[in-house]
Design a protein around this ligand. Structure first.
Ligand SMILES: CC(=O)N[C@H]1[C@@H](OP(=O)(O)OP(=O)(O)OC[C@H]2O[C@@H](n3ccc(=O)[nH]c3=O)[C@H](O)[C@@H]2O)O[C@H](CO)[C@@H](O)[C@@H]1O
Ligand SMILES: C=C(OP(=O)(O)O)C(=O)O
Length: 428
């Protein structure tokens, strides 16, 4: 087991290249189940969530061949194998096997998904969608059993705007008989990416990127080649790190329109943001002004950037308020930031961050993926050395983060933990 050490006080400069989007990748891989022939996906991020999903595709009989960031998936021998336990528990996105296997085999048995602990992560809207398409869904001892005689298109209104439910219903509906209309659909770029893959496979989908998606079912889908979009959350994390501890940082391979809500807030704080062709320049000036943020569905401020942004607010003049309306309990990073000297009050679901304070290096624990990112940014800003444990969360979503930060001039490295440290970590 490893820990990450971050020595603060090294100014970030230079260029960082962004990887493929985790939150697209985790849906694109299960979507390949729906094809009758080989699917090739290029530009995948080299992160553990991607490899876990690759293993799950193999468990159901898929042939999965990796070549760096490209994967070839041969679905010919896939079967509707139950996946009640094991790797499905490692990540949230295993729930996309429900929609994809239902769409392909008209049945699926999948354990309840894992993923970051952000408070309750219900899947009632996914189930509502599957049922509307004609499936019977039961929960038996922690596994979801989904079966349909036939899938028939339906009109489905989502009671909450959900990325997961929108994608899962699309996966289940692309081969259903007739027309499916998803109303109050989510509009995230990752949904458009998944719809692009499905369309390249022969699906008929209209309206993605709006809140009404129309799908005309087709009898079969074929293989295709697809290149993933860049990861807006990884790009946003580096933009925040650059604002917090950088001089001039160029973020390469980014679609800046996907980050408008973050970029607007950075500009409001006094950070210089220049948008180029697939690049962003972030130049940080001191002192930064505080701002308030409220996370919202796309194109609002992303919940996945809330935690690292909280860290940035520790260095701004005055008080900033962070409210996560998507996952109100996504606040576990705050106790760890407090260990580093941050002054943060939690009141009525909002975090109130007083600044500016000088963060101090400490031993802290990443409790989830973006909490990990928040602590790394804090380490870059802090005096002395910050030791971060819980790296398995960070490795679920950030490709080569130690190397990328080192290339930008940070002093970041990993070390094996000794037995005493492992015991302390396990008991904490
Ligand atoms: C809208 C939004 O910002 N979604 C984010 C959410 O996606 P994720 O797919 O986890 O969450 P959803 O978009 O599905 O859920 C949005 C909201 O709807 C609720 N909900 C969802 C499904 C359901 O069946 N019932 C229900 O009540 C959730 O509890 C949440 O409050 O976390 C991901 C990982 O951090 C992010 O990448 C997504 O951008
Ligand atoms: C919380 C996240 O991931 P997951 O939903 O896969 O747990 C995230 O990407 O920030």
């Amino acid at each position: 087991m490893q820990k990450m050490l971050v020595e603060g006080g090294h100014t970030l400069n230079g260029k960082v290249r962004i990887s493929g989007a985790k939150n697209s990748a985790v849906a694109l891989l299960p979507a390949a189940i729906l094809a009758d022939s080989d699917v090739t996906i290029e530009g995948l991020p080299e992160i553990s969530d991607v490899y876990t999903l690759g293993d799950l595709l193999e468990e159901i009989g898929g042939k999965v061949m990796w070549n760096g960031q490209t994967v070839h998936i041969d679905p010919e021998h896939m079967i509707s194998m139950p996946l009640p336990n094991g790797k499905v528990k490692k990540l949230r996105a295993s729930y996309y096997f429900m929609g994809a296997m239902l769409g392909k085999f008209k049945q699926a048995v999948i354990g309840l998904p894992g993923g970051c602990h952000l408070g309750p992560r219900p899947i009632d809207q996914h189930i509502k969608g599957f049922e509307a398409l004609g499936a019977k869904v039961t929960n038996e001892q922690g596994a979801i059993y989904i079966r349909a005689e036939e899938l028939t298109g339906a009109r489905i209104y989502l009671d909450v705007v959900s990325v997961g439910a929108t994608i899962n219903i699309m996966l289940a509906a692309v081969k259903a008989k007739g027309k499916t209309i998803i109303e109050n659909a989510a509009k995230e770029p990752e949904i458009i990416d998944v719809a692009t893959l499905l369309t390249n496979m022969g699906a008929q989908i209209k309206g993605v990127g709006t809140d009404v998606i129309r799908i005309e079912g087709v009898p079969s889908l074929h293989g295709c080649r697809h290149t993933i979009i860049p990861d807006r959350i990884e790009a946003g994390t580096y933009a925040i790190a650059a604002a917090a501890a950088g001089n001039e940082v160029v973020i390469d391979n980014v679609i800046s329109q996907h980050l408008e809500s973050l970029l607007a807030k950075l500009r409001e704080m006094g950070v210089t943001v220049e948008e180029g062709d697939e690049q962003l320049l972030i130049a940080s000036k001191q002192p930064l002004k505080s701002v308030d943020i409220k996370t919202l569905v796309y194109p609002g401020f992303p919940t996945d950037l809330q935690q690292p942004f909280t860290t940035l607010l520790t260095k701004t003049v005055n008080t900033g308020v962070v409210t996560d309306t998507i996952y109100s309990a996504r606040l576990k990073h705050i106790d760890e930031l407090r260990r580093m000297n941050a002054i943060i009050k939690v009141e009525g679901g909002s975090a109130i961050i007083s600044g500016p304070v000088q963060l101090e290096g400490a031993r802290v624990k990443a409790t989830d993926l973006r909490a990990g990112a928040a602590l790394i940014v804090a380490g870059l800003m802090a005096n002395g050395i910050t030791e971060i444990t819980g790296l398995e969360h960070i490795d679920r979503g950030y490709e080569k983060i130690t190397e990328k930060l080192t290339d930008l001039g940070a002093n970041v490295w990993r070390e094996e933990m000794n037995d005493q440290e492992i015991e302390q970590f396990q008991n904490s």
